[in-house]
Design a protein around this ligand. Structure first.
Ligand code: GCU
Length: 432
């Protein structure tokens, strides 16, 4: 082989390696394990043993002693505590219009956080035109309410949005160009046809998703005099998004068209981490749904498979509380793991979904969180989850927990929604 040819081949090989290593779904980035045989041995923290060693043997004891302890551990070490002081909150309901060929009614509700200094979020509510109050899914969207539908009446956010070459978004401002671009993630027609309302809001309205030391979004509205950023054990962005979706639920509780005892909180990816923390902190949520939430969501930290605590804290320093950084490369020292987050939902239902190509989010670790919450769900008579992971596209469920592994990439699709609707239907039937 000539020298020129071998140099060219070497160069081509290098380009290939660079291309592959820049794509999480194609290859294993350096320092990231995606090989099951390399998952370390670990012991998960006990669910049913209190901090002082007392064993928990009943649902009453779980609820009165251990559950509050576990919730507090997550607040202190992972997501951060919500501040004590709360700004003024106000809702203003815009006029309604017909949507989905007359099958639904749409309206926008402005949620104002704060009074003189304030920030606002717009809740988009799509309600099937039925005679009785309907159950509802609520979840954040990534790019603005207008991206979830082609409906030209849906307002475009005025807050910060991420620039996106594909969507042609620049100057961190949303525009008409993005309308409907995330519609595949929000199958309104199908959800409405099945008798559910859908509420969505843009997460950047609540807190723009970049590290600005918590100067924008809702955090500053909670600062004590002289405070300039959240304390070590106070909330980051996920905490703020979770808290604010509870405020949207406050509104839904006032809307006569919504059956507010049946509001399921749903989220994809970082917004799945958010739905889990919202479901844990606010027991008014009926079902909690996590779609591909991965590290800091449903996946067990101690497996160190795919994204790790250190990687997430380095790339997204604003998501969790500062205390969480103490566990970079020290997952075994965390007083909690994510199976305990699942347990916090009991006896309310929880559904976790993964995607087969989404190794970054550790599908097996997401499944094992649900399995390892068995002991708490058993206190409420729920049967055990099968130990073995189900095959792709074959959902499994106990009475209170559901899981599926969808074939494909990191995304939320109609298939995912169909499983959530089926699970919700079953929960409604259980309560009849
Ligand atoms: C990144 C991040 C994940 C997150 C995801 C998302 O991949 O590492 O933790 O879930 O973004 O929100 O899309």
């Amino acid at each position: 082989m000539s020298k020129a040819l071998s140099l060219t081949l070497l160069w081509l090989n290098w380009v290939l390696v660079m291309l592959v290593s820049s794509n999480q779904s194609l290859a294993q980035p350096p320092g990231i394990n995606q090989d099951e045989s390399k998952v370390p041995k670990f012991t998960l923290p006990e669910l049913l043993v209190c901090e002082d060693g007392t064993k928990v043997d009943s649902a009453t004891m779980w609820e009165s002693r251990r559950r509050p302890e576990v919730l507090q551990l997550f607040a202190d070490h992972v997501y951060g505590n919500f501040p004590d002081r709360t700004p003024e909150i106000a809702f203003s309901v815009g006029s309604a219009w017909e949507a989905l060929n007359g099958k639904a009614t749409r309206k926008e509700i402005t949620i104002r956080f704060g009074s003189e200094k304030c920030t606002t979020a717009t809740l988009l509510l799509t309600i099937p035109n039925l005679d009785n109050p309907v159950p509802c899914f609520i979840g954040y969207n990534f790019n603005g309410n207008h991206t979830t539908t082609e409906d030209s009446r849906v307002a475009i956010p005025t807050s910060w949005v991420r620039n996106n070459k594909k969507l042609d978004t620049s100057s961190n401002r949303a525009s008409e160009k993005e309308r409907g671009t995330s519609a595949s993630r929000w199958p309104y027609q199908e959800i409405v046809d099945r008798g559910y309302a859908v509420a969505t809001l843009y997460y950047g309205d609540v807190d723009p998703d970049f590290d600005d030391q918590f100067q924008n979004g809702i955090h500053p509205l909670f600062y004590e005099p002289g405070q300039t950023r959240p304390n070590h054990d106070q909330w980051g962005s996920i905490g703020a998004w979770a808290w604010a979706i509870s405020r949207a639920l406050d509104y839904l509780q006032t809307d006569p068209a919504i059956d507010s005892s049946h509001v399921a909180v749903i989220g994809h990816s970082r917004l799945g981490k958010t739905s889990l923390w919202a479901g844990a902190t606010d027991p008014r949520f009926w079902i909690t749904i996590s779609n591909d939430s991965g590290c800091g969501g449903a996946a067990l930290n101690r497996r160190k498979f795919g994204e790790t605590v250190k990687v997430i804290n380095t790339n997204f320093p604003h998501w969790f509380c500062d205390q969480f950084v103490e566990y970079n490369d020290k997952e075994n020292e965390l007083p909690v793991d994510q199976h305990m987050l699942m347990a916090l939902m009991a006896p309310r239902p929880v559904y976790v979904a993964s995607a087969s190509e989404d190794l970054w989010a550790d599908p097996k670790g997401e499944y094992l969180s649900l399995v390892n919450a068995d002991k708490v769900f058993a206190l409420y008579g729920d049967s055990a989850m099968p130990m073995a992971m189900p095959d792709p596209d074959s959902p499994v469920a106990t009475g209170l927990r559901g899981y599926h592994l969808r074939t494909g990439i990191h995304d939320i699709t109609v298939f995912d929604w169909q499983q959530y609707i089926r699970f919700a239907d079953r929960q409604l039937k259980r309560n009849e």
